[in-house]
Write a protein that binds this ligand. Structure first.
Ligand code: NAD
Length: 265
């Protein structure tokens, strides 16, 4: 689908090569934005740029490890050089790792925090000045319902997502007067490579990965897991002018998961 018009917006999406980030790249580019996908997976980025070009979309890419502050600064500088600034930053890069607090090694803790928190912090540090140059804009951070209600055995991941919810509030307050809005999208389970990786890991003799994903879906009141496109639509809303008075808050895209009280009747 070719974009219907050119919004003139420049959007950067971390984690843009797969899953929720990729869906956000395509959704926003189809709406007329110029979108720069940032990811550490250079091959997947190349495939995405080619797929975008085949549709007539304005999709660019930058290979970067978001947990590396210097790489992130260099990428922001290149985007500023090409476009003079940016209008929207979407932070979707993240990793999921498992373990209770006493099962989480220092290395595992560092990996989760470096990507999920430091990576978002670094991207925002570099892009706030780029948004400021264009007179304001929006930042959308993909956190998780696990910031509010957790399954067992995700101590570091839950801590990282809770930190993002607080960071977003801090940035929203600090930058509201400059016309920069900052919000989180907090998904429940979403059918992405990350979820499929988890399903492979937890599938056992009794249940296949597909059955496990279906069971996870049934734990959401809506009865299924989300598509990455559904999360991308929520991201697009928060990034756009329809959300002009929305800042410092969380949009839960969780099929009712955190609204439900599990009581046997
Ligand atoms: P995914 O693994 O399918 O895709 C993540 C993308 O981020 C990949 O392209 C990967 O290469 C990239 N990435 C990872 N670490 C990176 C790094 N250090 N530097 C640059 N790129 C990096 O994941 P997803 O399911 O699309 O998740 C996206 C975000 O949504 C994550 O922050 C995740 O925690 C969050 N989330 C996912 C779910 C879910 O059920 N899938 C639920 C709630 C929240």
């Amino acid at each position: 689908m070719s974009p219907t018009h050119d919004t003139g917006r420049v959007v950067a999406v971390t984690g843009g090569a797969a899953g929720i980030g990729e869906a956000a790249v395509l959704h926003l580019a189809r709406g007329g934005d110029t979108v720069v996908a940032l990811d550490r997976n250079a091959d997947a980025l190349e495939r995405l740029v080619q797929a975008g070009a085949a549709e007539g979309l304005r999709v660019e890419s930058e290979a970067v490890d978001v947990s590396d502050d210097e790489q992130m600064a260099a990428v922001a500088e290149r985007i500023a050089g090409r476009h003079g600034g940016a209008d929207v930053l979407v932070c979707a890069a993240g990793v999921q790792r498992y373990g209770t607090v006493d099962q989480t090694s220092k290395e595992l803790y560092d990996e989760v925090m470096d990507v999920n928190v430091r990576g978002v912090f670094a991207a925002c540090r570099e892009f706030v000045p780029l948004l400021r140059r264009r007179g304001g804009g929006a930042i959308v951070v993909v956190a998780s319902v696990q910031a509010f209600a957790v399954q067992s055995g995700v101590a570091a991941y839950a801590a990282s997502k809770g930190a993002l919810v607080a960071l977003v509030k801090a940035m929203a307050v600090d930058h509201a007067a400059e016309g920069i809005r900052v919000n989180t999208v907090c998904p429940g389970s979403v059918d992405t490579p990350m979820l499929r990786w988890a399903a492979e890991r937890f599938a056992d003799d009794g249940r296949s990965p597909d059955q496990l994903v279906a069971d996870w879906g049934r734990s959401h009141p809506i009865g299924r897991v989300a598509t990455s496109a559904e999360v991308a639509q929520a991201i697009a809303y928060l990034a756009g002018p329809e959300a002009g008075f929305v800042t410092g808050t969380e949009l839960r895209v969780d099929g009712g998961l955190t609204a439900a009280l599990s009581v046997a009747l």
